[in-house]
Each structure stands twice: as structure tokens, then as C-alpha cells.
Design a protein around this ligand. Structure first.
Ligand code: MF3
Ligand code: CO
Length: 254
């Protein structure tokens, strides 16, 4: 069952989303070779709480940190402790904030140092896939339209689309109905998008195959073939007027 949010609840999600938007602007400075994961985790935790939010991931099903830090062949859910930003590679940061009623969820892939051209392409196309997914997330469309937009963007490049992990509803809980796959399938359940729905759209794309493996820490997801992966995520709200991207920095007025 998809839980609709009131206007006032969407406003609270926007506030939480602005915290995340500003976090991603400021954390860039720390995403440099040699920075310990602990430092990024500490920055995130302080940033969230000092802006009146709560880190959604902390203690979520026992998860030990406020962010996920996933590097190179780590796709998602990497634990930030005991690792260092490499000289070169793909660094994914995933963050969730609860502000007032609700959670918001967002992720970004940073390019560090000199990386192969095809890896740069992967990052560019994964970000484009998210944008196309968001564009398809509008009143009257269906969940599968989001999936199709993402798949279509990625397909010409023959990158791998992770299948076991999907986007999701978000709000009162970090993970709500519906699931939002990044590929098309013939699922019987394919809800129509309505005002008040709030989604986390999150393509996870690899340089190799779609196959993944779970690490013994119980969290970290890696590509099975060791290929690098990219991940971008935004939380959006479907409204009468259009689709709002909630996890972006506040508008600057001048
Ligand atoms: N953005 C992640 C997801 O939707 C949230 C992971 S929660 C954590 O899967 F606890 F694993 F960090
Ligand atoms: Co998510």
C-alpha cells in the first residue's frame, strides 16, 4: 500500500532534503585521497544533527553509521569505518535524514583522481538515468515508466543494471511501498503515480554485469565481477503542479 503525504509533510521532507543538498555541496571538500571514512561519517552526523535532523540510517536494522560509503566495486551499503578515499576511483555516498515526520534519502557518486574514460561515462550515464527517471515520475504515469526511462538511458552503453536492489517509496519509513526497479519486467503490480506519493529513485549501474555479492559484514554489496559501479539517488514528490526534487540545496534568492 502506498502512503500518500500531505502538503505539510512534503514541506518537512523538503526541509530534510535541503539539509542533504547542502551536505553534498560541503562534503565534496572531504572526498579527497587519504581522507578516512570516519572523518566523512563524523562530518555527516554533525551536519545532520546541527541542522535539526536525525540520521535515518543510524541503527536502521542495526546499521552502524549515518552514511554509506561505497568505493569502486562496492555498489552500495558500504560501512564508512576502516576505509580511506583512494588516489583514484568512484566514491559513492548515500545519506538519509529524518526531519519532522519523515525521511528523505539521496546518493551521489564522486569521481576521485584520474579514472578510465569508460568509468567517467558510467558516472555520466547513471546520473542521466536518474534525471530521466525523475522526468518520467509524474502524475498519471506508472512506476514502470520510471523503470523504462532508466533502462532506456543505460541500455545503449551496455552497462549492467543491478536487479536485486531497487528504488522505493520513502517518507514515514525509510523504505515504503512501492518498489521502483531500474529495469522493466512484467510485474502485475504497477501503480499509477498520484499527487502525494514520495519516491526514492536510485539507479545502480556497473561497468560489468548486473550480478552482486553480499560481503561478510552483512551490509556491503559488491559487484560479483569486481567491476566498478555508480549510484545516484534523489527523493521526489509527485504533486498536482509537477514533480519536486526534494533532496537538493535550497534555492538561492538574490
Ligand atoms: N539508501 C539506502 C537504500 O535505500 C539506505 C540504506 S540504509 C542503511 O537502500 F542502513 F543500509 F544504510
Ligand atoms: Co534508497
Amino acid at each position: 500500500m502506498i502512503i500518500l503525504k500531505q502538503e505539510s509533510e512534503i514541506q518537512q521532507m523538503k526541509k530534510g532534503g535541503e539539509i542533504i543538498g547542502r551536505f553534498f555541496e560541503e562534503v565534496r571538500e572531504l572526498v579527497r585521497p587519504g581522507t578516512p571514512g570516519e572523518k566523512i561519517e563524523e562530518f555527516a552526523r554533525k551536519f545532520i544533527t546541527s541542522h535539526g535532523g536525525y540520521p535515518s540510517f543510524l541503527n536502521y536494522r542495526g546499521y552502524p553509521a549515518s552514511i554509506c560509503l561505497s568505493i569502486n566495486d562496492e555498489v552500495v551499503h558500504g560501512i564508512p569505518f576502516g576505509k580511506t578515499i583512494p588516489e583514484a576511483g568512484l566514491v559513492k555516498i548515500d545519506i538519509g535524514v529524518k526531519y519532522g515526520c519523515c525521511h528523505v534519502d539521496s546518493a551521489f557518486t564522486f569521481v576521485v583522481g584520474e579514472i578510465p574514460r569508460r568509468a567517467k561515462k558510467l558516472v555520466e550515464i547513471t546520473q542521466k538515468a536518474l534525471q530521466e527517471g525523475i522526468r518520467a515520475a509524474r502524475k498519471g504515469n506508472r512506476v514502470s515508466d520510471i523503470s523504462r526511462a532508466i533502462e532506456r538511458t543505460v541500455k545503449p552503453y551496455r552497462f549492467g543494471i543491478i536487479r536485486k536492489l531497487v528504488g522505493h517509496g520513502v517518507g514515514f519509513e525509510l523504505h515504503e511501498d512501492p518498489e521502483i526497479p531500474n529495469y522493466t519486467s512484467n510485474r502485475a503490480y504497477d501503480p499509477i503515480l498520484k499527487p502525494g506519493m514520495t519516491f526514492a529513485i536510485e539507479p545502480m549501474i556497473t561497468l560489468g554485469t548486473h550480478k552482486i555479492k553480499e560481503m561478510p559484514d552483512g551490509w556491503t554489496i559488491k559487484t560479483a565481477d569486481g567491476s566498478w559501479a555508480a549510484h545516484f539517488e534523489h527523493t521526489v514528490a509527485i504533486t498536482e503542479e509537477g514533480t519536486l526534487v526534494l533532496t537538493s540545496p535550497p534555492e538561492h534568492h538574490s
